[in-house]
Design a protein. Structure first.
Length: 116
């Protein structure tokens, strides 16, 4: 990944579950992007939020400490999704539990796509 270069980015909800039909979860995504933009870590040129995935045309301006803005986005939104589901849709949490040693839940697939 090169800074200052536009990329087409796609990320998918784990198991292609249509989690993003809920407007509150879409707003978590948008709020995360707004935060990254306001901190001058990314620029966004276009995006679409589909029921089970997102597309984004962006460029990454700089790292977020030791973490890429894409990593920050995925981590932040996953924590917020979990928090929201615990309160409003606990019946959906089982769809995102995992046996992985580094996490209890996984909302985003591990293999996002990024092209320039």
């Amino acid at each position: 990944m090169s800074f200052q270069q536009a990329y087409f980015y796609t990320d998918t909800i784990n198991n292609f579950y249509p989690l993003l039909v809920d407007d509150n979860l879409k707003m978590i995504i948008i709020n995360s992007w707004q935060n990254l933009v306001s901190r001058k870590l990314i620029n966004i040129y276009a995006y679409v939020i589909m029921p089970n995935h997102i597309h984004l045309v962006w460029n990454i301006l700089k790292m977020n400490g030791k973490e890429s803005p894409a990593g920050s986005f995925a981590k932040y939104t996953a924590h917020q999704f979990r928090k929201y589901l615990l309160e409003f849709r606990p019946d959906l949490l089982h769809r995102f539990t995992t046996e992985k040693v580094d996490r209890k839940m996984q909302f985003w697939k591990r293999d996002h796509l990024q092209y320039h």
